[in-house]
Design a protein around this ligand. Structure first.
Ligand code: URP
Ligand code: ZN
Ligand code: ZN
Length: 464
């Protein structure tokens, strides 16, 4: 099967030009001006942007959490991703207590079997190193294409690890070529604040934010940075939400330390006042770290523009409001933490980042595709448009107007964080390794088209 994409404006992290792209089988085989070549399918991209498929480095599909399981499984979550122009993501395989990493990965891969609509990988989330040989086993994972270790410094009594586990994992990463990822919040301090709030009868959703002040994120971010530096491990701080966390990342990067940070779409748009919405509507915005004071939004735009933060993910962790968020109707600490967003990242960042002039089109591609590909061992197979790359391509119509709504989204959840927002610019046609996934607002492929990607070790692709 061959596909010829004609006349589009090709935008990568580095380039911006009009050309045609020829795809043969699963890869891009030729890029040139006015290619006069017969193909099985010809797509007219005049007036459209042709972008590399976006990569979401932070998602949670079919994940047990907070007394329930995220509502999007691999199929629904990945179909939603495809509509949003995301053709590859790296999800979290959370090690269940007592299981080996091999058992954990087998269990999570089973959840994805036959359902994959886009390509994917797993980060391994380390929760338990107590079994004999656990560290040795962890050291084998990069050779198997699992090249990032995630640690939660919060969620005490659930996923949280102590500093010994954090530091030992960092030491393994330094030796094996894995990237350490941290959810950086001081879980012990937050636990004290949560208990105090509940004892005082403060049970409403807004206390989710009030018991997780930004300093608890800043402290943990700095702790992880210092420990990673001692261990000699590269560090990636996920879902950075506030100035207190941006600052230590900026300082470390200024010193040339191997530290990177990501923020998520929602932190640019949702602030802490959303949690005060009446009739339990505030629960829709209970995700962690929580929405912050509005002033942080400019700090984050500045950080992504100046390369203090290197990626924008979604942290898609979708629960239904009616049947799942309601678990915390009488106690904010029982509201499952997480929000949806896998489908709207490109639309929102294009509308409010590019169209307002905060970031360039090239920088948007870098934040949503190229940097995630480089950091997580997928580049240049993914994250750019080049001869030899996978033909993961978004044909993006910069004139298409869409009003974002839960009533038209593809996620199984019953709300959308950006409900009612109108954007100008949206994916039109989406291809994964040359297979058309989305056209005419329809998912036209068959789940199973996606596959697992064995990722390269950290650093091998960073400077390419
Ligand atoms: O609230 C969130 N972010 N839920 C998903 C788990 C995590 O902390 O990333
Ligand atoms: Zn987290
Ligand atoms: Zn997350």
């Amino acid at each position: 099967m061959s596909v010829l994409i004609k006349g589009g404006r090709i935008v990568t992290a580095a380039d911006d030009y009009i050309a045609d792209i020829l795809i043969e089988g699963e890869t891009i085989t030729l890029i040139g001006a006015s290619l006069d070549i017969a193909a099985d399918k010809v797509i007219d991209a005049h007036g459209k942007y042709v972008l590399p498929g976006c990569i979401d480095p932070h998602t949670h599909l079919d994940m047990p959490f907070g007394g329930t399981t995220t509502i999007d499984d691999v199929e629904s979550g990945q179909i939603a991703a495809a509509f949003g122009g995301t053709t590859c993501h790296v999800d979290f395989c959370i090690q269940p207590q007592g299981l080996t990493f091999a058992e954990s990965l087998a269990m999570w891969r089973e959840k994805a079997a036959g359902k994959q609509a886009i390509d994917m990988g797993y980060h391994i989330a380390v929760t338990d190193l107590s079994a004999p040989g656990a560290l040795d086993e962890l050291a084998t994972l990069p050779e198997q294409g699992v090249t990032s270790y995630k640690l939660f410094m919060a969620y005490k009594g659930a996923l949280m690890v102590d500093d010994e586990t954090l530091f030992k994992t960092m030491e393994v990463a330094a030796a094996t070529g894995a990237l350490v990822m941290v959810h950086a919040e001081n879980g012990d301090a937050i636990d004290v604040l949560v208990k105090k709030a509940l004892a005082a009868g403060n049970t409403a959703p807004v206390f989710h934010a009030r018991t997780r002040p930004p300093e608890t994120e800043g402290e943990a971010t700095n702790r992880a940075i210092q420990l990673a530096h001692v261990a000699g491990a590269p560090l990636y701080v996920v879902h950075v939400s506030c100035k207190e966390s941006v600052e230590p990342i900026a300082i470390a990067r200024d010193k040339g330390w191997n530290v990177w940070g990501e923020t998520c779409t929602q932190y640019f748009f949702i602030d802490e006042t959303f949690l005060e919405r009446p009739n339990f509507e505030g629960a829709k915005y209970v995700y962690t770290p929580p929405p912050r004071a509005k002033a942080n939004q400019d700090v984050l735009w500045d950080a992504v523009r100046t390369n203090v933060l290197s990626a924008i993910s979604t942290d898609h962790c979708a629960f239904r409001w009616d049947t799942q968020k309601s678990l915390g109707a009488d106690d904010f600490s029982k509201i499952p933490n997480g929000g949806p967003g896998i489908e709207n990242r490109l639309q929102m960042i294009h509308e409010f980042g590019v169209r307002t002039g905060k970031i360039t089109l090239n920088r948007m591609v870098e934040l949503l595709a190229t940097n995630p590909a480089k950091l997580f061992g997928l580049y240049p197979r993914k994250g750019t448009l080049a001869v030899g790359s996978d033909a993961d391509i978004v044909i993006f119509d910069p004139e298409k107007q869409v009003t974002i709504s839960a009533s038209t989204q593809h996620s199984k959840t019953d709300y959308n964080l950006f409900e009612g927002t109108t954007v100008t610019g949206s994916p039109d046609t989406v291809l994964l390794r040359g297979n058309v996934l989305v056209e005419n607002d329809t998912f036209v492929a068959t789940p199973g088209v996606g596959t697992f990607i064995s990722r390269a070790k950290f650093g091998e692709q960073l400077h390419r």
